[in-house]
Structure formats: C-alpha cells, structure tokens
Design a protein around this ligand. Structure first.
Ligand code: HEC
Length: 199
C-alpha cells in the first residue's frame, strides 16, 4: 500500500513538472531571453544584394550626382578628396604620380585592387556602400544616393561612361573589369550561398 502511495505522488509530481514546462514554453523562448523578431525587424536586416541585383530597390543615380555626394556625405574625410589620398582604402585609382601620405593598411587596398576594379559584380559595391558607409553613419544613405555614389566610383575608375544612369536594371549589367578573372570562377545563380570573399 505504502509503495502505491509513493508511486501516485511521483506521478502527480511528474504531471505538475511537465505542465509547468509546457506553460513556460508557451510563454517565452527556450532560454527565456529575447523574443521572436517582427517581420518589420527582419526586413530591416535583410538587405543583402546578390550579384544578379534582384533585391535592388527602385531609384537611380549618375556620376555627377555622386561627385557631389562624395563631398556632402563626408566620404572625402576618410577616403580623401581624390579617393586615393585618405587614411581609408583607395576608392578611385590614383594618377600614379601623387603618393598618399598614409600607409596602406593590411589588407592593403590601392590602385590595383580598389573595389571598382577588383569586385566581380557592381552590385557588390552597392551592397557594401549601402550597408557599411559612411562609417559610423551606416544605413543613412537613400537608394538614389547609393546608385549615384556607385556611378561616380565606377566612372572615376573608367568602368562606365560619365552619363550612364545606374538603376536596378542597369547596375547588374555593368561589366566589371575583374568579372572573369577571379581566382574562383563562380557563375552565381540566385539562391546559391555566396562563398566568403566571392564575389
Ligand atoms: C569615418 C571614415 C569613413 C567615411 C566617412 C567613409 N568611409 Fe568608406 N571606408 C572607411 C574605412 C575605414 C573602410 C575600410 C573598412 C574595412 O576594410 O573594414 C572603408 C571602406 C569603404 C569601401 C570598400 C573599400 C574596399 O575596397 O575594401 C567603400 C566602397 C567605401 N568605403 C565607400 C565610402 C563612401 C561612398 C563613403 C561616403 C558615403 C564612405 N566610404 C565614407 C572609412 C570611411
């Protein structure tokens, strides 16, 4: 009889513990910290632009507009007035004569591997500038401004003509100088994970 009472109590305890666990699960996530992000929050983080540019937002920009923004948005403060004479990496290949007074930090980005020359896809530049620049004010540029800044940098590096308008259709079609020369010749298809460093 005593044994039966013990078993009944154990069973009761087990039921209570399991019900509490169920309740806790319904109330908060596994580790009882944080919460499920809202669709709007996920949308804010989901800003990757693939090589085919499918995710590019509407908007457009030209090199002339970009030239102004390069100053107004303070790119010059870090990248230098010529795009190759500031403490931050070279964005515009230099004339070969003027030497920057700043050391080229590792990984050294200079005339030969500036992003406009080195990247396989123009969309990579759009994505980079949109998510990471201007440093310390990331995410403040509007799509039109990013299109214009990319147009300016591509024009100054001799990749596109000065009057070319960049938008969601024309940007992915820009033939980048390094398109076919990457160490890993990757024909990217939408949905394929992007290997670190490529494109
Ligand atoms: C406060 C300084 C600062 C400002 C302002 C700034 N940048 Fe940068 N930028 C940097 C630094 C530092 C890096 C290198 C970051 C790294 O490699 O992690 C960089 C990297 C870049 C790169 C990638 C270079 C490469 O080949 O790796 C691009 C493109 C770029 N910036 C564009 C811009 C544009 C366009 C603006 C203006 C809208 C801007 N930056 C404003 C500091 C700045």
């Amino acid at each position: 009889m005593g044994a039966f009472t013990m078993d009944w109590r154990k069973l009761f305890l087990l039921v209570v513990v399991l019900s509490l666990a169920q309740l806790a699960k319904a109330q908060s996530p596994t580790y009882h910290v944080g919460r499920t992000p809202t669709a709007e929050e996920i949308h804010k983080w989901d800003i990757s632009i693939g090589p085919d540019g499918k995710e590019l937002p509407p908007g457009h920009g030209t090199a002339a507009e970009g030239a102004k923004l390069f100053r107004v948005k303070q790119c010059v403060v870090c990248h230098g007035g010529t795009g190759s004479n500031g403490p931050a990496p070279t964005l515009i290949k230099s004339d070969g004569k003027t030497k920057s007074r700043y050391p080229c930090l590792v990984p050294c980005v200079n005339d030969s591997n500036a992003m406009a020359i080195h990247a396989q896809y123009a969309t990579t530049m759009w994505d980079y500038i949109n998510r990471a620049m201007p440093l310390n004010q990331e995410g403040t540029l509007k799509p039109d401004e990013v299109y214009a800044l990319v147009a300016f940098l591509l024009f100054k590096n001799g990749v596109i003509p000065e009057d070319q308008v960049l938008d969601a259709q024309s940007l992915p079609k820009v033939k980048m100088p390094n398109r076919d020369h990457a160490a890993l010749a990757l024909e990217w298809k939408h949905g394929t994970p992007i290997v670190a460093g490529y494109p």
